[in-house]
Design a protein around this ligand. Structure first.
Ligand SMILES: [Ca+2]
Ligand SMILES: [Ca+2]
Ligand SMILES: [Ca+2]
Ligand SMILES: [Ca+2]
Length: 273
């Protein structure tokens, strides 16, 4: 038990990190996936210039979230109205899926949910279910970890803490970290030019041809510490980012500052013995 606590505390220790976020394009030669019918499961993902190598579990850290678009606010399990085909662009952001993927549960009603798009599908994140963004429409997407789970940047600019997959690699995205009290980090922008190809393509109901799936891994700086989630925003200049998936490095069950206190307490206990 003591070993486990110490290991957790050490992993969460806040240490001096590099000064600003670093963006790494996805590296297709380190990235692999399998199709189950029309549903895609990611197996591995790597990034050009980074030592980070992840698997599909890194994309299964989301337990809550919300989407605010021109139709209003939608919670994690709320039915979100969809643009059902290529002729409809009524919503600034909405669930969409690969033409041959399993339909959303509410598809007959013209809806899908964030829980479907970003939660577990048969034990994996279904890379064939996405949030489609429209060029002219602003939206805000919040994704949150399970209660009591936190993400902090490490001190290593070589390692990725946050990864985003986007259909087309033709859009930008504004990103904030969310703290436990609801306040935000300063924003950073994922620029389309920083993305790299995964090696697979995606043709959804809303588009009439396949587009390359691209993505980026980001090494965050020290200001991105003790986060409970992330906020993603589209503005018109960003060309309607289509968010397929968001991955993170390993979460810890204790904020870094508390972990430091815990570690200090353990050291103190040992000294007193
Ligand atoms: Ca749409
Ligand atoms: Ca890092
Ligand atoms: Ca796009
Ligand atoms: Ca299509």
């Amino acid at each position: 038990m003591r070993m486990t606590l110490a290991a957790i505390s050490l992993a969460a220790l806040p240490v001096a990190a590099h000064a600003s976020p670093v963006f790494y394009g996805v590296q297709s030669s380190k990235t692999s996936s399998v199709l189950h019918g029309g549903n895609r499961e990611l197996k591995t993902i790597g990034f050009t210039g980074s030592s980070t190598l992840w698997n599909g579990s890194n994309f299964l850290n989301w337990r809550d979230g919300s989407l605010t678009n021109n139709a209003g606010f939608h919670g994690w399990n709320d039915a979100i109205r969809r643009d059902m085909n290529t002729s409809g662009n009524a919503y600034a952001a909405n669930p969409d899926r690969a033409d041959n993927a399993t339909p959303f549960a509410g598809e007959g009603m013209g809806t899908g949910t964030l829980a479907e798009v970003f939660g577990s599908f048969n034990g994996y994140k279904n890379m064939s279910w996405i949030i489609d963004g429209e060029d002219a429409g602003a939206y805000t997407l919040d994704l949150r970890f399970a209660a009591g789970q936190f993400l902090s940047a490490d001190a290593n600019a070589d390692t990725v803490e946050l990864a985003i997959l986007e259909r087309g690699g033709n859009s930008d995205l504004r990103i904030f970290g969310i703290f436990a009290d609801g306040s935000l980090t300063g924003p950073i922008v994922m620029n389309r030019s920083s993305t790299g190809a995964t090696g697979w393509t995606l043709d959804t109901l809303e588009i009439s041809g396949a587009q390359a799936v691209k993505g980026v891994g980001i090494s965050l700086d020290a200001s991105w510490t003790n986060l409970v989630g992330f906020r993603f925003q589209n503005i018109s200049a960003f060309n309607g980012p289509d968010i397929i998936a968001v991955g993170t490095s390993t979460l810890v069950p204790t904020p870094g500052s508390l972990a430091l206190m815990t570690l200090g307490g353990l050291i103190g206990m040992r000294r007193r013995r």
